[in-house]
Design a protein around this ligand. Structure first.
Ligand code: 13P
Ligand code: SF4
Length: 324
């Protein structure tokens, strides 16, 4: 068995999926709904979306839309962000079980104690958090603008950065700012095997390793380029190189191959994987085309947040848009 997988052509979409996609598109039009999808969604979901993007791009689209309903094909923290930005709109998530290991491992009570233990610190949280955590923060960032935002915080301010310690360490390296980190991590990006990866790089010496900053430090150290999902896609599209080993969730390969059809893309191998050698986020993958259709049809499950929580969480989110 190979311990790597080369993407050839994007797979054919099944006929019943095409029918469902047509029904979803018609329903979205009829209901004046905007369908947003993250790059980690199944390709048949990405194909039906009005916009596919990274966390920052999706938040911007959610902020700008004049549609009555937003259907978020992504994980819960993304849909909550859309709701915070659009309290009066209906924001639907096909499956409320679409969590995130980073958001889930940063509970509000524990985080409150962490903040209290570090008085006078400016609290920057990654967008991969619950609305409660956002409400306790001074500023939000995404993997796409984290460095830019940290660089804009006055040097005399002490900083807490949470919840992704890998992203935090990467930003410390880039900016040389001393930050207190919450030790959270993403289960998908922590699963890459450095041994399998170096082995793969020796088999494909011409390949460039590109990685998401949620990956561990030893992966980032050997990466040729590091960026958010959107930046990784742009890099492959604009690069003169032909072969790339991609260290992030495998759903990204669909859009990457669409925008760069001549490039050879190889999914970075993870520790446990004995079948396809690619890393998948189980939270992202709980959404299916059928669930997307049902949720749009029945207009449930919807994201519900208290007015007071929305108001508090909106403050650091608005600051993020002002700074990036
Ligand atoms: P991006 O902001 O790069 O899309 O990242 C979202 C995410 O969940 C990465 O695991
Ligand atoms: Fe969360 Fe990681 Fe999944 Fe992204 S890939 S949603 S950070 S668990």
């Amino acid at each position: 068995m190979r311990d790597y997988e080369i993407l050839a052509n994007p797979s054919e979409v099944k006929t019943d999926s095409v029918v469902l996609q047509q029904k979803i598109k018609a329903l979205a039009k009829q209901k004046n709904a905007l369908i947003l999808a993250h790059y980690y969604q199944e390709e048949e979901i990405q194909q039906v979306a009005d916009f596919v993007g990274d966390s920052l791009g999706l938040a911007k689209k959610a902020k700008e839309t004049d549609k009555a309903i937003i259907v978020f094909a992504g994980v819960k923290f993304m849909a909550e962000t859309a709701k915070i930005l659009n309290p009066e709109k209906k924001v639907l998530l096909p499956d409320l079980a679409a969590g995130c290991s980073l958001a889930d491992n940063c509970p509000p009570e524990e985080f409150k104690k962490f903040i209290d233990a570090h008085p006078d610190h400016y609290v920057i949280t990654y967008v991969n958090t619950s609305a409660e955590i956002k409400a306790m923060s001074d500023m939000i960032c995404t993997s796409s603008n984290a460095e830019e935002i940290v660089r804009k915080i006055p040097l005399d301010k002490k900083i807490i950065f949470a919840p992704d310690a890998n992203l935090g360490r990467f930003i410390i390296n880039q900016t040389k700012r001393d930050m207190v980190l919450w030790e959270g991590s993403c289960i998908v990006h922590e699963a890459f095997s450095i041994d399998k990866l170096t082995n793969l790089m020796s088999k494909f010496p011409e390949a460039k390793l590109i990685a998401h900053p949620e990956s561990e430090e030893h992966i980032l150290k050997i990466a040729h380029f590091i960026g958010s999902t959107g930046k990784l896609i742009d890099y492959v599209k604009n690069s003169r190189e032909e072969t790339f080993i991609v260290a992030t969730e495998a759903g990204i390969l669909f859009e990457m191959q669409q925008v760069a059809p001549d490039k050879k893309l190889i999914a970075a191998p993870s520790h446990e994987d004995n079948t396809c050698a690619c890393s998948e986020c189980a939270f992202m993958k709980v959404n299916t085309l059928e669930k997307l259709y049902q949720c749009l049809l029945k207009e449930t499950p919807a994201i519900e947040l208290e007015k007071d929580l929305i108001e508090k969480a909106n403050i650091p989110l608005t600051k993020m848009f002002e700074l990036s």
